[in-house]
Write a protein that binds this ligand. Sequence first.
Ligand code: GNR
Ligand code: NI
Length: 171
Amino acid sequence: MALLNVLCYPDSRLHKVAKPVAQVDARIKKIVADMADTMYEAPGVGLAATQVDIHERIVVIDISEEQNELRVFINPEIIWSSPEKKAWREGCLSVPEFYDEVERPAQVRVRALDVDGKEFEVDADGLLAVCLQHELDHLQGKVFVEYLSILKRTRISQKLKKRAKELAGER
Ligand code: GNR
Ligand code: NI
């Protein structure tokens, strides 16, 4: 088991655009395993590689109650979004302790590779749809607070910067 450090907003590395994975090999499988450990430890329902400073298109998600249904998405793409939208109160491991409503398409269809490099598609709604869109945004360098007003985002930024400073001072 290996835990990875999760970047905290505001951090310019959260805005890097991830590159596609060329081959699902042992190196990628190790990253997937470490990302899953990190997500479960947090705990979170999803994690994008960008958040652990790895800029490759890799996402892990587990929305199950028991946290025993790991889903792996390598090179994920949204191939369809519903015209209907839904607002959901989102949080993010990179924006600790802040939650706010974001409106997104209610349903999406995603195509990706699994951990064996095999292509699959999934139709998602509810939390899975929200989580997939949230994670795919991370891979594009986008954090959910960018959907909020400038005022809210500035406040979040300032509070997190202050908190990071206090934590650094304690050491
Ligand atoms: O753990 C998480 N919960 C969550 C709740 C509502 C909408 C999105 C999420 S994703 C988040 C984990 C995370 O930051 N993934 O990038
Ligand atoms: Ni997030």
